[in-house]
Design a protein. Structure first.
Length: 100
């Protein structure tokens, strides 16, 4: 049984699964809990930067011959670009059009 210290903890507990809440229940502030969750699920800044480098390399190395159809090729491009954008990096639509 998890004992809550404050109403903030109750709000956090009701927002996440119990398995996740046990990882953040020792945090004193919501900011501390957010930071811990952020690192757990997105990794450290260094990890995100390395992942971003890998995704950019994957984007540059994509070739149409690897896909059987144009639609599959476009879907691969969109998946990589969306991953890059989710990591917070700006990626111009014009660059995507050039690749296609």
């Amino acid at each position: 049984m998890i004992v809550l210290r404050s109403t903030r903890q109750w709000h956090l507990q009701s927002s996440v699964l119990d398995v996740i809440f046990t990882k953040i229940m020792a945090c004193e502030t919501p900011k501390g809990a957010w930071d811990k969750l952020n690192e757990k699920f997105q990794g450290s800044n260094k990890t995100r930067q390395q992942h971003l480098i890998n995704l950019r390399r994957d984007f540059e190395n994509l070739k149409i011959k690897e896909a059987k159809t144009m639609k599959q090729y476009a879907n691969k491009i969109i998946a990589v670009v969306n991953s890059i954008r989710l990591l917070g990096d700006q990626f111009n639509d014009s660059r995507v059009v050039e690749k296609v």
